[in-house]
Design a protein around this ligand. Structure first.
Ligand code: F0G
Length: 458
């Protein structure tokens, strides 16, 4: 008999999981104005709000932290990280930043101006925020099939090359400072982008002379999907695939809080030295000197180690395997989940779960709240709230999707926890038809409103 697949690690330290009563949770979520971000973590039993910065570091990462060099300039920790970045991604020039959105800030400060267009695939909300904040426009060129939640297409994160070429063709070159492609495509359901697609984007970038960047928060998970789904890559190692992926790009932004399994950190990397020099000035203004940029030496050491661990095939198989385990449990009990399952999260289609709630009443947020009340599970809305208002018309901007994201932290929860989550969601589905109304907004910020929005029940 073939031996079963196991997690390539064991547990050395544990952290308390908080339990509560239904009455307590109803009170807490009301006091939180029905916003998941306002809950205190000790009011949450299983925290699937995000897979960002919530992973468990290894003993090797903690040991590396003890060796952190906190020198202001030229710390050995910076060179450890520089070597790791170069070895894993192939980029020679890089700037550490405190997290992914800081990397976006540095890159876009160097590249963008008012009125520019930035084509890509379902830009993440902070990416969109940084682009719109500069009065530029993110243009979503994701393949149409991404909005079909059941189509088994293996690469639903892809860019539609036809849509992309129409943008590049129809606008002056100087209006398009870069293309930015997110791997995996978080907003479209943690779906991967194929190597063939990335090659196609590279040739369009060359044809029109436009720099091409990868938003790489989950690059290793993307590489795992290429290895398991794309012809010709079965026999390649994750590291080989990653190197090939980045070889097609002019640079990358990185939120290390995801695939590099650290609690804080990021970087931006470049192939071109000129652009690196230009961005360095913004790094110094916004982040810190170019050899630490918002990170302490110990954090750079942990990140360097995390880049190696996060690109191990065994680790990625167990990580993505756990997400799939939860997805299958939910699918088998009739929950409408997005398929194929994403790399970092399971997405529930709230429109099908709560068809009686119209988009204006935020069905995905209603479902997040119901799941919290049922089992103390915190999830995230990816729907009308997150889509924000149109910056010009100020109308609610419907993305057409109303998803609840259950993002799984790395190396943190056991499959038993996943069973608990699946059971809680199933319980909610059993009384879903009794939920009659949704929410209305009481207070909201002009940009990235979902973080601080306050709601009341209709
Ligand atoms: N790009 C992608 C694809 C992301 O998913 C995120 C963050 C960022 C950039 C920004 O990175 O948080 O380090 O500043 N995503 C988190 C999430 C917050 O929950 O999906 P950051």
């Amino acid at each position: 008999m073939q031996l079963p697949f196991i997690e390539p690690y064991k547990i050395k330290m544990v952290e308390q999981v908080y339990t509560s009563t239904r009455d307590q949770r109803e009170k807490w979520i009301r006091e939180s104005r029905y916003n998941m971000f306002n809950l205190r973590s000790d009011q949450v039993t299983i925290d699937l709000l995000t897979d960002s910065g919530t992973g468990a570091m290894s003993d090797r990462q903690w040991s590396a932290m003890m060796m952190g060099d906190e020198s202001y300039a030229g710390a050995s920790s910076f060179y450890n990280l520089k070597n790791a970045v170069e070895e894993i991604t192939g980029f020679r020039f890089f700037l550490p930043t405190h997290q992914g959105r800081a990397a976006e800030n540095v890159l876009f400060s160097a590249l963008l101006k008012e009125g520019d267009l930035v084509p890509g695939n379902s830009h993440f909300d902070t990416t969109k925020g940084h682009i719109e904040f500069r009065k530029a426009v993110p243009v979503d060129c994701t393949v149409d099939i991404a909005s079909d939640f059941e189509d088994p297409d293996p690469f639903k994160g892809n860019v539609d090359l036809g849509k992309l070429e129409r943008i590049l063709e129809g606008n002056p070159r100087e209006k398009i400072p870069c293309i930015i492609v997110t791997i995996t495509n978080n907003t479209a359901g943690g779906q991967p982008v194929s190597m063939a697609n990335i090659r196609g984007i590279r040739s369009l970038a060359d044809k029109y002379g436009i720099p091409f960047f990868l938003d790489s928060a989950r690059f290793a998970e993307n590489a795992w999907f290429i290895k398991s789904r794309e012809k010709g890559y079965e026999g390649k190692s994750i590291r080989e695939i990653v190197l090939e992926l980045f070889s097609y790009a002019d640079g990358m932004t990185m939120s290390s809080k995801k695939d590099a399994i650290v609690n804080m950190g990021g970087f931006v990397a470049f192939r071109d030295e000129e652009l690196f020099r230009k961005a360095s000035a913004y790094n110094i203004v916004y982040e810190g000197f170019i050899t630490y940029g918002g990170m302490s030496g110990r954090d750079m050491n942990a990140l360097a180690q995390g880049l190696y661990e996060g690109t191990s095939f065994e680790y990625l198989s167990s990580r993505i395997g756990q997400v799939e385990y939860l997805g299958k449990k939910m699918r088998d009990s009739g929950i409408p989940v997005l398929q194929p399952f994403g790399g970092h999260a399971i997405f529930i289609d709230a429109k099908r779960f709560l068809p009686q709630i119209p988009d204006e009443e935020f069905p995905a947020q209603v479902l997040c709240v119901e799941i919290y009340i049922e089992g103390g599970i915190r999830s995230a809305e990816i729907g009308t709230l997150m889509a924000d208002r149109d910056p010009v018309t100020r109308e609610n901007r419907s993305s057409g999707r109303e998803l609840v994201r259950l993002a799984i932290p790395r190396r943190v929860y056991t499959d038993n926890h996943m069973d608990y989550v699946a059971t809680a969601v199933r319980n909610v589905s059993e009384h879903a038809s009794s939920v009659r109304r949704g929410f209305r907004i009481v207070r909201e910020a002009p940009i990235l409103r979902h973080f601080t929005v306050e709601l009341e029940r209709l």
